[in-house]
Ligand binder design. Structure first.
Ligand code: MN
Length: 284
């Protein structure tokens, strides 16, 4: 099933180029009082939610291009980033002073992971609002795995059992000398969407073509088979340090072809078996 969040926190089931408003199925979720459990409650109760969606009849139907798409996960406890997780991106980072800033670039097994502030997260319709426009602001297309259940020290053999859904992400980055978690946490610098694809529809994330264009021109084009740490290894690696909760987002890293964007640009992100999203860039 493909599920989106749209307009004023409506929940939609994506059906081709239309969306069915299935917000009523939220009644399958428990009513909570403070302090609420950690994790996104729709993702934590996804099986019950999906069953409730399937039982709905006569849902309002709209064209997808007439709704505003928000991030399909509303309340992750963490947005996890994977630094230098494609070999050709390692090579381009080492060759480009505008990326490496005279630092020796290594790979993910050296750096570990980083976190992006949850407050940086938006959906495709909200766009990217650039800050520090005297510096390079780069696009990074990434496959995103959405954790479905609490995961503590999970082995790679079982890791995919912990994935509820997949989606696409833009890990926007202002280049510079500061720590990644700071440079990649500017408001709107984490774009998630266009919707979730449940893992039963996408059982194997290890061979997905994906492409990013800016104003129609291809900038990044690769396949998830090029990942240095694949999705199971990333889950093993992340959960060896901290517990993952439902709705936590693992941004799996970006391939070669990163480059700057400017106000007025339109970024298009497409991942096989997931879909496409279009993101407008403006100055904050
Ligand atoms: Mn990245």
């Amino acid at each position: 099933m493909k599920l989106c969040r749209f307009n004023d926190d409506r929940v939609g089931r994506v059906d081709g180029d239309h969306v069915l408003d299935v917000t009523e199925a939220l009644s399958a979720l428990p009513t909570l009082r403070w302090p609420v459990p950690r994790g996104d409650q729709l993702i934590a109760h996804l099986p019950e939610f999906v069953a409730a969606v399937q039982a709905l009849q006569n849902c309002p139907r709209m064209r997808l291009d007439e709704v505003r798409l928000l991030s399909p996960v509303a309340n992750p406890t963490k947005i996890i980033g994977a630094p230098v997780n494609y070999k050709k991106h390692l090579e381009e980072s080492r060759a480009d002073q505008g990326i490496h800033f005279d630092r020796d670039i290594k790979t993910i097994d050296y750096y570990g992971l980083f976190l992006k502030a949850n407050s940086s997260m938006v959906g495709p319709s909200e766009g990217v609002a650039l800050r520090f426009t005297d510096r390079r602001n780069d696009h990074e297309i990434e496959l995103v795995a959405v954790i479905g259940k609490q995961a503590d020290r999970v082995s790679r053999a079982n890791a995919l059992d912990y994935v509820a859904c997949y989606t696409a992400g833009l890990d926007m980055t202002v280049r510079g000398t500061e720590a990644r978690s700071y440079r990649k946490s500017i408001d709107t610098y984490t774009v998630i969407g266009p919707w979730l694809v449940t893992a039963d529809e996408l059982p194997d994330p290890s061979d997905l073509d994906f492409e990013l264009t800016v104003n129609g021109e291809t900038r990044q084009k690769a396949n998830t088979s090029d990942l240095i740490f694949d999705v199971p290894r990333l889950i093993e690696y992340a959960s060896s340090f901290y517990t993952l909760y439902p709705g936590d987002l693992i941004m799996t890293g970006t391939p070669e072809g990163v480059g700057p964007v400017h106000a007025g640009d339109k970024i298009n992100v497409t991942i096989e078996a997931i879909g496409s999203m279009s993101v407008d860039v403006r100055n904050a």
